[in-house]
Ligand binder design. Structure first.
Ligand SMILES: [Zn+2]
Length: 167
């Protein structure tokens, strides 16, 4: 797995000077370190992790959201199995989500199995922009609205507003 710190540091449990600085500067968090260690431990059971990149973990309302980038096709069933393993290790509810460079793809993975019907850019009078998302079905989304907004802000630095076609 590709990590934002040395793999050796995570495996040994001691950060080198360079990675220690990343922790100090909040580029990575203590939660990231805990989750990276748990994921590295699962590499032998989930081979796709060897071809994945660790992006970030955030904890919101008691759930840990883990963002990974995959270089190969990974089924939802495999992700659920991995979630259960990390769940047991961290003693917290975890969700593993696909990150993507492409904003639409990122959003689509976040709200799946609900579908993104449309996305429009909204310019505010102060010159900032927001993204208005129209999503097909609220009942298909397991992540609360406010958490979705926060996750997009934390991962992509973008502000979204959500509307649903049906509840
Ligand atoms: Zn290091």
């Amino acid at each position: 797995m590709k990590l934002p710190v040395c793999q050796f540091d995570i495996k040994s449990g001691v950060l080198c000077g360079k990675c220690e600085a990343k922790l100090r500067e909040n580029i990575i968090s203590p939660l990231d370190i805990k989750i990276m260690a748990a994921l590295l431990d699962e590499e032998k059971n989930f081979i796709f992790l060897q071809n994945s990149e660790y992006i970030k973990s955030v904890e919101l309302q008691g759930v840990i959201y883990i963002f990974l980038r995959f270089m190969e096709d990974v089924s939802q069933a495999q992700l659920l199995l991995l979630e259960a393993r990390i769940d047991a290790k961290s003693k917290k509810k975890v969700r593993i989500l696909r990150d993507s460079y492409n904003f639409n793809e990122f959003l689509s993975a976040l709200i799946a199995p609900a579908r993104l019907v449309s996305i429009s850019k909204i310019w505010l009078p102060d010159g900032t922009e927001e993204f208005g998302l129209l999503i097909d079905n609220k009942s298909k989304i397991s992540i609360p609205d406010q958490t979705l907004v926060e996750l997009v802000k934390l991962l992509k630095g973008k502000t979204i507003r959500i509307r649903f076609l049906s509840s």
